[in-house]
Structure formats: C-alpha cells, structure tokens
Ligand binder design. Structure first.
Ligand code: GLU
Ligand code: ZN
Length: 503
C-alpha cells in the first residue's frame, strides 16, 4: 500500500553514503529503511556515492559500502556499478551539473562570491560568540559591487560561493517527525561551493536529488539541520520539493549519540566476527521501527511485507549489541548442521585448523587427515546451541583439529582430587569405553555405559570431568559424550592415554 508522502509519480529514493570511512551500522540502517520503503511502494532504489570531498573520499571505502550492502542483500536498482537513466552515480563524475547550477544562482544574484580570509571569518565568529550570538556569516560580501568583485578577481583573490539566504519562516512536513518550522535567518549565508568545480554537500545533494528524479529523502536525524538549507536551495533553483523522513538518532548503550569512541561499529567488523546477514537485518530494522506487537524475529522477506514509516519512532534508538548477539544466536540455531558447517569452515581455515581441498572436503592441518562435510557438521553441531558468533567456533572446536592438546595436568583433576586418583578415574573410563565397539560409537551408547558408573561415585564429575578435559584440553566445552562421539573411538582412546601420561 502506498504510504502518505508517496506521490502519483513513481517513488524514487536514494541511499547516498560518503566513502570517507568504513561503512557503519548507522549507514546500513538508513540503507535498509530506504530499501524497505521503496519496495513497499514499488519504487526505484538508487545508490549514489557522495564523494565530493576529494581529500577524504577513497575508492576502498566505496567498495566497502557496496560489499556490505550486497552482503545484507540490499540490492539497488541504479548505482555506480549498474547502468541507469540518471547516471553517473558518483558525485565526482557529475561536475557539469553542479557548475551549471552554481552559475545560474550567481547570475540571478541568489549566490555570491565571498572573499573573506579565514582569519577574518574566525574573528567574526569570536566576536559573535563573545556577544552570546550563534556564529554565522555576517553577509559582509553581499554588499560588494560588480566593480569591487572584478577588482578582487584581477588581484587574484580567492573566493568561495555563498548562498544569499532569504530570511523567513520555513515550514516542512517530515514523514516521521511531523511539521517542522524554522527561522531561516539563523542559517546565515552558508557556503555552496569552494569554487565552481568544488560544490559542498548541501548544494550537490539538492542538484542530484532533482537530476536523479528523487521523490523521497530518507536519512538520519543528524541531517535534519541540513533540510531547511536544501529546501531553500530547491526554491532558489526553481526545483520541485521532495518528501523527507528523518530516522531516529542511533544511541550508544549509555544513551549518548553513537560515535567512534563507542568502539568499532563497522559492518565489516560484524561480518568478519560471524554475524549472519539475516540477524543484522533483523537488528537494524528494530533500530527505530517496531511491528506494534511482541514479535522480534523478522527476515527481510517479512519486513518487505510489514515495514511502514508510520511505525518508525521519533525517539533515539539504542544500539543494544546484546540483542544483536541474541538474534544472531537465533539465526544460527535455525541453520541445518550442514549449512552451519559451511558457514563455520572459513573461520576454521582462517585459524589454520582446516584447509578446504574441494567443496565440502577438508584437510585437518595438524594431522593431514581428510574430513568431509558430515564430520565437520558433527563438530559444529556440538556448539550450535551456544554459538553467538560463527567466529567463536575456532576457540570452541580447536581441540577437534589438533594433533596433541596442550593443557596443564592439574586441569584434569575434578575439584581437589589428587593426581593418582584422577589417573584411576581415567583408567576406569578407558575400561568402560573399551566395551563399546566401533560401530556402536555414539553419544547415546557412551552415555549409557558411562553415566551409571559416574553416578555410583559421590560426584559424577569425578569420572566425567577428567574425561572431558582429556578430550578437549579445556575448562569449558560441550559435554563429554558428544565430544567423544565427534572425535571418534580411536582419537578418544589416544587422548585418554595422553592425559594419563601427563599425570
Ligand atoms: N552523504 C551523506 C552522508 O553520508 C548523506 C546525504 C543525504 O542523505 O542527504 O551522511
Ligand atoms: Zn565574505
């Protein structure tokens, strides 16, 4: 259903990242909400790269944005890598359009050149501040006559281009925040461009939004102060208005505005640590949107049906990473063990525990042994219930891929058990397990034999703890029966012997 704000002409939105740093959670949230709104309205989703800041923009950050958007499954319809009727889609390649509009504003005296030196501007600013006024350009160069301008030009003075900001009350409707009104006189004559070839953000955005036939601008609330400037520029250029929706601010857990000091919130970080795209999408959707009931699991396909800007809140949205962990765990549990094995394999390879030989076939680096998808599945299955991130698999399951475990002998002893007693416990376990044949080697059978014996002791840990440590070398791991099954009969005995030798 078309939402309020959509016009009869087709909806066209844009997501417009600046490639000046890693692609952040906040960027991804903006992209997702644009995508969902666009699809709900059968519109066209444009990816525009805002690289007018030549010093800070880097091709690798553009690539980082594209890669993470693809990983999330947020496919754009037009963009720098796809032909489209409104290209090119990088601002650095659209100079002619900006130049034309800047010349137009200058010719109509809606913009002017400002020759003030940096020091002069700084002095103005300090003067205003000392009088308790908000700093803004005084409009000094508005008054320059044609002759004065010409003289300065022949003198070779450098200038910037400022907008001649009209003073009035501006009111606009935000699809999320409602009516917003502001006194534009407070803006001062803001800068449009450093020169004809170097437009700044507010100006290039207005030109591009029009030239790309954008109907809806959906972006973070941090851009709200720019909106009046952009509306004034549309008016000055005689361009039709666009609809705006400003998404709630992202807050850190301490409820302050999210920033770098709150740690690395780049998408690449979360992707590398083993968060699933489904979980990240779900997490991002709930940063400002809610379904109006208690449900919290939403895949992209669900969101496409349910999302509406009407259910986006005004209040800031807290980036609660514990919720992301929880969601990721949920999506990990929904995988089949085969899928999970495939997802975990790259992490095990990166930790140099495994090498992929061909699809679904691996070599265990430490032993040279080959294993298939099925064996790998049985290992990752041990941890499917507790994994929060795929990357955790390397620490949890490394024992499986190592030739010899390294751990302290004291770890083998349950509570205060002396080493000689622990030795006996391991011997007893070995004898009991010796009764199970290769073909019956599974966790149920192992439990059937070991549990009653363990229960006979004062404390079942007396038998089971040393076994678990012998097999994993770790203080915490999956249970001993499952681990023994996954390791196999031969390896289990080998590790029990190695443990006995340590004591
Ligand atoms: N390029 C801007 C940014 O990355 C977004 C511009 C906009 O959405 O208007 O913050
Ligand atoms: Zn000036």
């Amino acid at each position: 259903m078309a939402e309020k704000g959509s016009t009869t002409k087709g909806v066209r939105t844009r997501f417009a990242p600046s490639p000046t740093g890693p692609f952040q959670m906040g960027n991804a949230r903006t992209a997702l909400f644009n995508y969902l709104f666009t699809k709900a309205n059968k519109g066209v989703f444009v990816l525009r790269i805002e690289d007018t800041d030549r010093e800070r923009s880097r091709p690798e950050w553009e690539e980082d944005a594209l890669e993470n958007l693809r990983w999330l499954g947020l496919q754009w319809d037009e963009g720098p890598d796809r032909e489209g009727p409104y290209g090119p889609y990088r601002q650095s390649e659209r100079a002619a359009g900006y130049r034309k509009r800047l010349e137009e504003l200058l010719a109509k005296d809606k913009a002017y050149r400002c020759y003030c030196a940096k020091e002069e501007l700084e002095a103005m600013r300090q003067d205003q501040q000392s009088r308790g006024e908000a700093p803004r350009y005084t409009g000094k160069c508005r008054q320059l006559t044609k002759e004065e301008v010409e003289r300065k030009e022949t003198e070779g003075r450098t200038s910037i281009i400022r907008f001649l900001t009209p003073s009035r009350t501006l009111v606009f409707d935000d699809l999320i925040r409602g009516k917003i009104s502001m006194d534009t006189g407070l803006l001062g004559d803001f800068v449009l461009a450093k020169d004809l070839e170097s437009p700044l953000y507010n100006f290039s955005v207005v030109v591009d939004d029009f030239d790309m036939a954008i109907t809806h601008v959906i972006r973070g609330e941090d851009h709200l102060p720019n909106t009046p400037k952009q509306i004034l520029l549309q008016e000055a250029l005689g361009l039709p208005p666009v609809a705006y929706a400003h998404l709630p601010l992202l807050l850190a857990e301490d409820r302050t505005k999210l920033s770098k000091r709150h740690g690395d919130n780049s998408l690449t970080r979360f992707r590398k640590e083993g968060y699933l795209p489904e979980a990240v999408i779900n997490f991002l959707a709930l940063l400002g949107w809610n379904p109006g009931d208690e449900r919290d699991i939403f895949r992209l396909s669900d969101l496409l049906k349910e999302f509406s800007l009407k259910r986006v809140q005004k209040a800031g949205a807290v980036l609660n990473l514990k919720r992301l962990d929880w969601l990721n765990g949920q999506y990990i549990r929904m995988k089949s063990t085969g899928e999970l094995a495939e997802l975990c394999a790259p992490y095990l390879e990166q930790a140099n525990l495994l090498e992929e030989i061909s699809k679904g076939r691996y070599r265990v680096v430490a032993t040279g042994k080959q294993i298939g998808e099925k064996e790998l599945s049985s290992v990752v299955a041990l941890y499917q219930e507790r994994l929060k991130r795929l990357g955790e698999i390397t620490n949890l399951a490394d024992f499986f891929f190592q030739e010899k475990l390294s751990y302290e002998a004291t770890l083998l002893s349950w509570k205060e058990t002396p080493p000689a007693k622990t030795q006996q416990a391991l011997e007893r376990v070995g004898e009991l397990l010796g009764g199970i044949e290769e073909k019956d080697w599974n966790k149920e059978e192992i439990a059937k034999i070991l549990l009653p014996a363990a229960e006979e002791e004062k404390d079942r840990g007396f038998l089971l703890w040393p076994l678990r440590v012998a097999l994993t070398g770790r203080e915490a791991s999956a249970g001993p029966f499952e681990v023994a099954e996954a390791l196999g009969r031969t390896k289990t005995f080998q590790r029990i012997e190695e443990a006995k030798a340590k004591l």
